[in-house]
Design a protein around this ligand. Structure first.
Ligand code: UDP
Ligand code: MG
Length: 315
């Protein structure tokens, strides 16, 4: 029997890109040696994406759709797709054709070679602006310095996992604040890398603003590193040394009462700044702890097309 490839596609307001995505990807999937299913996750789109997906699912049994009750974000959509996928391997990709489906045969080849995880690495990112490229490089430099896991700077949300690696993600990585791409790179298995040239978005616009990316980067650093939490210790030691230096200077220069004013102001500002940074960092970790503790669902499914519940799939 042929093996089955599950292609998971997250969709948020992609009414323009969806038909093109389907038209381009379908013939490539048909030409593979593997059988396939196309699992679309409609992440609470406000445009006509849901109707388009419903039509596709009605005319094509290989199209399966998960409709979220609201927008839960790209990462949650990928997790849901992985939960519901029933294939022998899973590929996650975007609906805007920035992840070229022409890479699918190469992915199958790597899977046949026994790779458990295949990271798709961008050789160049044409659509991203200069600011996005610089901030992205800075982010990876920072997280690689802070975390034990080493991240591939140009890896994307375009990746493939075997059934076995998918099961690990499905069962063991249920964190509320998460970085799926990071987990994929840290779970081990035989790792494969395929280079690809990122394309421009076929239609619509990017849903990731710089503000969203910043929040996402902060969370990721905190999910993969406890080092910022220890910053308080280092900052404390630094502040004590600085304090001693200022004290010695003040005593040696024998400043009279009025001339010590500057020293006091500088010391006060500096110490408060250090304190606020530390309190802020602790706050960020508390926020993550709080959201894990509440244990709210990563996503809520309103309905599905051509799909069984993940619980029923094993039976
Ligand atoms: N997406 C999603 N939920 C969101 C935002 C985006 O499912 O809240 C989907 C979107 O439809 C696309 C993919 O995630 O298929 C990547 O989003 P986008 O192309 O906007 O990001 P970029 O490629 O610009 O980083
Ligand atoms: Mg995109």
């Amino acid at each position: 029997m042929k093996k089955v490839l599950s292609v998971v596609v997250s969709v948020y307001n992609e009414e323009q890109a969806l038909p093109m995505f389907y038209e381009t990807t379908k013939p490539i999937l048909e030409s593979l040696d593997w059988d396939y299913e196309l699992v679309f996750v409609n992440d609470g789109s406000k445009d006509r994406s849901a109707e388009i997906l419903r039509d596709l699912a009605q005319n094509d049994q290989k199209v399966k759709v998960i409709y979220f009750s609201r927008n839960f974000g790209h990462e949650s959509a990928m997790i849901a797709g992985i939960d519901y996928a029933s294939g022998d391997a899973i590929v996650c990709m975007d609906a805007d054709l920035q992840h070229p489906p022409q890479c699918l045969p190469a992915i199958i080849e790597k899977l046949e070679e026994g790779c458990g995880v295949i990271s798709m690495v961008r050789t160049k990112n044409r659509s991203a602006g200069l600011i996005k490229n610089i901030t992205s490089a800075g982010f990876y430099a920072l997280i690689n310095a802070l975390s034990d896991v080493k991240f591939e700077p140009n890896a994307s949300d375009f990746f493939a996992v075997s059934r076995q690696a998918g099961d690990v993600l499905r069962k063991n990585y249920r964190e509320k604040v998460r970085f799926l791409r990071g987990y994929v790179q840290s779970i081990g298995f035989k790792q494969g890398i395929i280079e690809y040239e990122a394309q421009d978005r076929v239609a619509g616009h990017s849903k990731y603003s710089l503000r969203k990316l910043f929040a996402f980067s902060m969370n990721t650093i905190m999910c993969f590193s406890n080092l910022p939490l220890k910053l308080g210790m280092y900052a404390g030691v630094g502040a004590v040394c600085f304090g001693i230096a200022v004290m010695i200077y003040t005593l040696c220069t024998r400043q009279g009462a009025p001339s010590g004013y500057a020293t006091i102001v500088i010391l006060n500002c500096f110490m408060f700044a250090v304190l606020f940074v530390i309190v802020g960092i602790i706050g960020e970790y508390m926020a993550i702890l709080f959201s894990e503790l509440k244990d709210r669902p990563i996503y809520i499914v309103e309905k599905t097309d051509n799909l069984k519940n993940p619980e029923e799939m094993d039976s």
